[in-house]
Design a protein around this ligand. Sequence first.
Ligand SMILES: Cc1cc2nc3c(=O)[nH]c(=O)nc-3n(C[C@H](O)[C@H](O)[C@H](O)COP(=O)(O)OP(=O)(O)OC[C@H]3O[C@@H](n4cnc5c(N)ncnc54)[C@H](O)[C@@H]3O)c2cc1C
Length: 374
Amino acid sequence: MGHLVLAGAGHAHMTALTAIPRFLEQGHAVTVVGPDDYHYYSGMGPGLLGGTYEPDDIRFAVREMAEKRGAAFVRDRVARIDGRGRTLELASGRSLAYDVLSCNIGSYVPLGDGGPAPSGAGLYTVKPIESLLAAREHLRRLARERAAEVVVVGGGPAGLEVAGNVWQLGRAAGRKGGHAPRITVLAGKRFMGRFLAPVPGMARRVMDRRGIVVREGVRARTLEPGRVVLDTGEERAADVIFVATGVKPSRVFARSGLPLGPDGGLAVNRFLQCAEHPEIFGGGDCVHFSERPLDKVGVYAVRQNAVLVENLLAALAGRELKAFDPGGGYLLVFNVGGSKGILRKGPLVFGGRPAFWAKDWIDRRFMRHFQNAS
Ligand SMILES: Cc1cc2nc3c(=O)[nH]c(=O)nc-3n(C[C@H](O)[C@H](O)[C@H](O)COP(=O)(O)OP(=O)(O)OC[C@H]3O[C@@H](n4cnc5c(N)ncnc54)[C@H](O)[C@@H]3O)c2cc1C
């Protein structure tokens, strides 16, 4: 009987975690490797920053989910995968052998040369989501002292949501006699430029109404705690800097010499399987779906859950695999703070409170589904 290792307990592994008894019933052993006892749901991360949610509202107790069902949980990080030797090297130096491996180790925020974004006091990347909680506490402390300067680097959805929720946090602080921050978004070429009209215009109007400065056509060249240098040479002091410049798949696969897609993610075929090492599978932001590139959104990670479980069971039993169908378009709702949102599904676009309510309802339902299972 085989040993299944789930590397990372992210969004694409939620069903696998609940399905652990199915693996055990068939005589397999299951080990889950993750750096933390909890996994945070990114869709609600900006709401955590803005104070709408508390950590327990938006996280899954993945260690408990695994152990309660009879799997082993190893609190560690995968550092390297030895595909030939079917062994994981963990950050602690420990190694772990597998028969079948499934990877859901997500993505990170790089900067400039593709390396990780710098870190330090007052510098927060939008991933991991836990860093938004640290940022919230920092902003609340500053609000008691003075009006802080906040710079959000990146003018995509994460930059929009972060700026809107920092504004919400500042409004709450102002109501308690604290100081609201001044917020600037360095939007790169064009704010929300990846989206079709009317989304960029709607997002821009939300920012303008709140006094959030959006600068288009400028990029950050250097980021360090307390200071941003723009590509124009201009320097800005900043108490808090958010880095929301987009994500790249985990570097574990490149480090391991495994087949990569153009984005650096583990290349997987329509079965979510690495063709060169058929016992390695994966889902979520860390993989490149070779049939067609998928956006780095949680929607796809969630859609991959069921097929991943069936294919892991099939691979352990030597049965035929099922193809993953990514499906058609997907619903996107941006939480812009102030209990407002912008909702887009194909040609349908609307903003305001109903858009936020829709997101809040969908997100809470998703959380309940797996939290109740834990
Ligand atoms: C601010 C923000 C808001 C977003 N909002 C939405 C939204 O509303 N809707 C949407 O569809 N998408 C949204 N996204 C995109 C979404 O975050 C990603 O597509 C989603 O997180 C992908 O899920 P994942 O499980 O693949 O990766 P992750 O969420 O990154 O999870 C990876 C997991 O693996 C663990 N891990 C990492 N490295 C290792 C390692 N070396 N070894 C072991 N474990 C490891 C991590 O701790 C984590 O638990 C948002 C992104 C951001 C940044």
